[in-house]
Write a protein that binds this ligand. Structure first.
Ligand SMILES: C[S@@+](CC[C@H](N)C(=O)[O-])C[C@H]1O[C@@H](n2cnc3c(N)ncnc32)[C@H](O)[C@@H]1O
Length: 311
């Protein structure tokens, strides 16, 4: 396993390189990718006048949603390590339309507290599993919350319940240059929080209590535009930087490769239905600024009905 400093600089470099793709697809990500954060958005239930932190806010779509919920008397602060994404977020969501919105470019792992603290709640859509040192990052989050403040987040479960992620990668990668190193063991990556025991351990060490981890199955509905969908998924994934660096012929082959493997999720004339398996994570900030020493933290697992079961 690589040391923490190397992982941290690798993480910063990865997100700096990934930013262009995320900015390019920001609207698509917010619209089609909304189910990835919707269970946490519902659960955090931001109320008028609250102060909410959005961790790993990317191009700011969820921060804007939170800003609308807290209204003029509240605050929604989005933090992201990628400066270019934060700049894009400021351009997309102005304080004129979203009075309480603020964005800050920072590594959550190295801040003492997020400026604007104490927050009533912290929200995060699909970012916590990507932290180089998740205990450090979650400790900053906990210190930035008022005692008893709530953390509500989504992260991926394992790869088997998110098969489109592999389909995109395996289809595109053979046509592109070198990709970032694949995560090993507990290194940051989409599935580094697949194990709920590890996730609970991280949050408990960071000083959270009352941890609950609930499986949620959602579906991303994308239009029947094979090339555009493949490009979006490639550019927001690990192959994004290599894709943008590739010549047009290489990009076309990468898209074609991804389209081929994504075909199993396509309903012709209707669109793509991409199944995503998430954990919905909730926890409360303990008051004292020291890690809990509980040997066996209280963890509850709940099964949620699949989206299709609700129909
Ligand atoms: C998978 S993206 C999700 C972005 C956004 N939440 C969304 O759903 O559209 C993960 C985000 O976490 C950010 N991130 C990764 N490590 C971070 C860190 N240490 N501190 C702050 N942000 C970080 C990345 O820059 C990226 O924008």
């Amino acid at each position: 396993m690589v040391d923490a400093a190397t992982l941290r600089s690798r993480n910063a470099a990865f997100w700096t390189g990934a930013a262009a793709g995320w900015i390019r697809h920001a609207d698509r990500q917010d619209e089609i990718g909304r189910p990835l954060g919707a269970p946490a958005m519902d659960r955090v239930a931001a109320r008028p006048a609250e102060r909410i932190l959005d961790v790993g806010c990317g191009c700011g779509g969820t921060t804007a949603e939170l800003a609308l919920a807290v209204g003029e008397t509240g605050t929604a602060v989005g933090v992201d390590i990628a400066e270019a994404m934060v700049t894009a977020a400021r351009q997309r969501f102005s304080t004129r339309r979203y009075p309480g919105i603020r964005f800050r470019a920072a590594d959550i792992e190295t801040l003492d507290v997020v400026p604007g603290a104490p927050f009533d709640a912290a929200y995060s859509r699909m970012a916590l599993m990507l932290l180089a040192d998740p205990v450090a990052g979650c400790t900053t989050i906990r210190r930035s919350l008022r005692p008893g403040g709530r953390l509500v987040a989504t992260v991926f479960r394992d790869g088997s319940v998110n098969p489109w992620l592999f389909a995109t990668m395996l289809g595109a990668a053979p046509h592109l240059g070198a990709l970032p190193p694949l995560p090993v063991g507990e290194e940051p990556g989409p599935f580094s929080f697949a194990d709920p025991v590890r996730l609970t351990r991280v949050l408990t060490r960071a000083g959270f209590t009352a941890v609950t981890i609930t499986p949620c199955d959602v579906t991303l509905d994308a239009p029947d535009e094979a090339d555009a969908v493949a490009e979006w998924l490639i550019e927001v994934g690990p192959a994004g930087a290599a894709y943008r660096a590739a010549p047009p012929a290489g990009q076309a082959s990468a898209r074609a490769g991804a389209v081929r493997l994504l075909d199993r999720f396509r309903e012709p004339g209707v669109g793509y239905r991409l199944p995503a398996g998430l954990w919905l994570v909730t926890a409360l900030a303990a008051g004292a600024d020291k890690p809990s020493t509980a040997a066996r933290p209280p963890v509850t697992y709940h099964r949620q009905p699949r989206q299709d079961e609700n129909r």
